[in-house]
Design a protein around this ligand. Sequence first.
Ligand SMILES: [Zn+2]
Ligand SMILES: [Zn+2]
Length: 263
Amino acid sequence: MIDYHVHTSLCNHATGTMEQYVRAAVAKGIATLCFLDHLTFQEGGRTNAMFPREVPMYVNAARRLERQYRDQISVRVGLEIDFSPRHVDRCIEIVNTFDLDVVGSSVHFLDGEDVVTRRSAWGRGEISADEVYPKYLGILESMLDYDYFDVICHLDLPKKYNQRPSPSAAQGFLDVLEKIRERDLAVELNTSGFHYPVKEAFPSPELLDRCAQLQIPVVVGSDAHTPETVGRDFDRAQDLLTVAGYRHLTGFSHRQREIVPLQ
Ligand SMILES: [Zn+2]
Ligand SMILES: [Zn+2]
């Protein structure tokens, strides 16, 4: 199995050294572990992500671990970059400067308001789903006008606190998948959702089914913020993928996709 989404203490809200994540993955028999730590240019997210100046050190540390552990596991490195329409140029510059294996793109902020943390108005249940989902979908749509990333992380993230999309927003996600297919991008099956109030992976089984119909490549990630949660619930991920009709997964090496067995 592969885990393409783990964080490190560099983002200030995860614990554990990079080496501890690698060792945890080796202990769990994971074949490939990819660091995908946060990078954001959003004002509200600065304290929850590495600084851009830390990227070289992060990439070098991952590459050192890649060499050190190469007999036991494949270590890869990428970034989970917050989509920020005003900072696309800086994102592209970073992506082009470093030798990354994969670039993930996610939407954590809607006009500065975050939809990912419990302490946000959305997390506290103070904004309606009818307000948040259309905004979120609009930002996803505009994100798909760019091509500096390879994979969409936790596609239906706003459901995290169990505020579900309306039927029209649910249709909006299906429409977004068409655009993802056209752009030839991959989607992440992120198992962290099982541990939030929504209690299901991102994206939902319905969306995963549609991904399979559209033959959108899928990569799996735990979104671990502690070494202990590397590879968490991958048995459930495997079941979901098999039911959806997937026969293999997708990995990335130096921004090139590779086929990975689903096991
Ligand atoms: Zn995080
Ligand atoms: Zn994220």
